[in-house]
Design a protein around this ligand. Structure first.
Ligand code: MN
Length: 291
């Protein structure tokens, strides 16, 4: 009989802050406190629906570097435009995901899409940071644009909701993201009053973010949005029951990397000396620049 993964911590956040002028986010965890406990996941920010007036100057985050990990951007509403120092350029909209590998170093900007900005509208998105093991921290930077149509959706029984498999595997269905270590990322929508039981690998770390609605885990712990529940690695199942509203969740599950984490701003390495090197490399223009 499979044992449930027990909750070790629930973090609730009702104090959003601005990232640049384009993203009003609830930070649910970051590597300073949870880097080891949630490895390979480093950080999660959720931008709840926010209305933006029309503008000719797209809002967002200006040019900045990253090194040593991956950023995963999920759009729920709105449209985002990305440019980076590898010469890549891309736009993602509702249901799309951008999986960017910073690895050896990249400089990018993250903005509301130009046309979308001219009309204004509601922006709702999330960004997840996924660590890389030492052997891949110097990999070639790049990114995968994963469009909505490429992400398989599995319907839960009895109209209970849907699971969109962004990365990893749910039952027999695999997600499109190419990852460096085993990672499951599921966009889980659970209809009000319905429940489901996830089967996840024993020994993998798990965090489930509740971005909308309220849910009860393992018939024991009830949480409200915006929150994250962090589970012990031991065990293989998590039962989730939605309350009287539809729940919007993101399931994060991955094999721990088990290496030291040295993090400073946009750089995540193994040792403080590598952080100094990253800062020097960025200043010397070795991570490239935006034209
Ligand atoms: Mn960034």
């Amino acid at each position: 009989m499979a044992q449930p993964k027990q909750i070790s911590e629930v973090i609730q956040n009702d104090q959003p802050h601005w990232v640049g002028d384009g993203f009003r986010v609830y930070s649910l965890f970051s590597m300073q406190e949870h880097g080891e406990k949630l490895s390979p996941f480093l950080l999660f920010d959720y931008a709840a629906p926010t209305q933006f007036p029309p503008t000719d100057k797209p809002r967002g985050v200006d040019s900045h570097p990253h090194k040593g990990f991956e950023t995963v951007t999920i759009v729920y509403q709105g449209a985002l435009e990305h440019r980076d120092s590898t010469g890549s350029h891309g736009t993602i909209g509702p249901g799309d995901v951008q999986w960017m590998t910073a690895a050896a170093g990249i400089v990018h900007e993250e903005k509301h899409e130009r046309q979308w900005s001219r009309q204004g509208g509601v922006m709702q998105m999330a960004q997840l940071w996924v660590n890389l093991p030492a052997q891949f921290k110097s990999a070639t930077p790049g990114y995968q644009t994963i469009l909505k149509d490429q992400i398989p959706t599995v319907a839960l029984p009895e109209g209970g909701g849907t699971v969109r498999i962004i990365a990893g595997q749910y039952q027999d269905t695999k997600g499109p993201a190419k990852t460096f270590t085993p990672v499951n990322v599921f966009d889980l929508r659970l209809k009000a009053g319905h429940s489901t039981t996830l089967h996840l690998p024993d020994g993998f770390n798990t965090a489930i973010t509740a971005m909308d609605g309220a849910v009860t885990y393992n018939d024991q712990t009830s949480v409200q949005s915006v929150s994250v529940a962090i589970f012990d690695p031991a065990g293989e199942t998590i039962r989730i029951e939605a309350g009287d509203r539809d729940a919007m969740l993101l399931v994060l599950n991955g094999r721990p990397i088990n290496e030291p984490i040295a993090a400073y701003g946009p750089f995540v390495m193994n040792h403080p000396d590598e952080i100094k090197e990253a800062i020097a490399d960025f200043r010397a223009g070795k991570m490239g620049r935006l034209d």
